[in-house]
Design a protein around this ligand. Structure first.
Ligand code: ZN
Length: 266
């Protein structure tokens, strides 16, 4: 079988970053994915439902990205579906309808992403970002790039989708400004853990980083056995703590453990 992903980059460069998916033309190192889950997600009714729910389009996911082979975990589409499965099923008390927003973010996070994303598109990207969301215009969309597909484990991918869906809800980053810039010195920082949105028409409260941490925290605390493992909960802990320690201008002063306990750090 031809090397699906290694073939991808060359053609992106040759063709330029076209408006189509063109996965066969991206070049990347393919990551491994510990924490193998059931293959529950890969049934045709499941794929049909989430393909519509997240507004995937063939033109954004063909050319090697996975439209041709939706169950192939080496392809971006299946790796996105894996994260979508976590978002919608990892709660021990998962919602049965997409308009159910009761309970904590592990329970309603999947429904939030479904509601807020205008469309999910696969692109090569330039390697500098995992994902990018544009909002507030005539054509809103979220693009997922090669580092999202291959440099992130499935728990990180789920967290990134929560993060981007908060942007799709018109919440922009509010941090890395003034005299108290965040440790990461990144445009993706928020001011505070509980207060991180900015921009015209933005909601108040937790920003994209705060949503991401909160989902990862609840995942570590109570994700069900079918959609987690000790390894995957350690991934959630590490990603949450990375964000807590580097992505807020005002230090939240806590970390979490892999079972969702809280550790005061300052
Ligand atoms: Zn962001």
């Amino acid at each position: 079988m031809k090397s699906t992903i290694s073939a991808i980059l060359a053609s992106c460069l040759l063709l330029g970053v076209a408006s189509e998916a063109r996965a066969d033309t991206c070049d990347t190192v393919r990551g491994t994915d510990p924490g193998v889950m059931t293959s529950f997600w890969c049934t045709q009714p499941w794929i049909d439902f989430y393909w519509d729910a997240y507004d995937f389009d063939k033109g954004d996911w063909d050319d090697g990205f996975g439209w041709e082979a939706a169950c192939d975990r080496r392809r971006p589409l299946a790796r996105t579906f894996q994260a979508i499965e976590l978002l919608n099923y990892a709660s021990p008390n998962e919602p049965l309808k997409t308009n159910d927003f009761n309970g904590n973010i592990l329970r309603w996070g999947g429904n939030y992403t479904i509601r807020e994303f205008d469309e999910l598109d696969a692109r090569c990207g330039d390697g500098s970002k995992r994902a990018y969301t544009t909002w507030g215009g005539f054509d809103d969309y979220t693009e997922l790039y090669i580092p999202f597909f291959y440099n992130e484990n499935v728990v990180e991918r789920a967290g990134t989708l929560i993060h981007e869906s908060r942007h799709a809800d018109w919440c922009g980053h509010s941090g890395n400004d003034g005299s108290n810039k965040c440790p990461a010195k990144s445009e993706s920082c928020d001011e505070k853990y509980l207060d991180g949105c900015s921009g015209i028409g933005s909601p108040s409260g937790r920003g994209a980083d705060g949503y991401q941490v909160l989902w990862l925290w609840w995942y570590a605390f109570e994700a069900d056995a079918q959609h987690s493992s000790s390894t995957m909960k350690a991934f959630a802990r590490d990603e949450a703590n990375r964000i807590l320690n580097t992505m807020f201008d005002v230090n939240p002063c806590f970390n979490i453990t892999s079972n969702g306990s809280k550790i005061i750090t300052c």
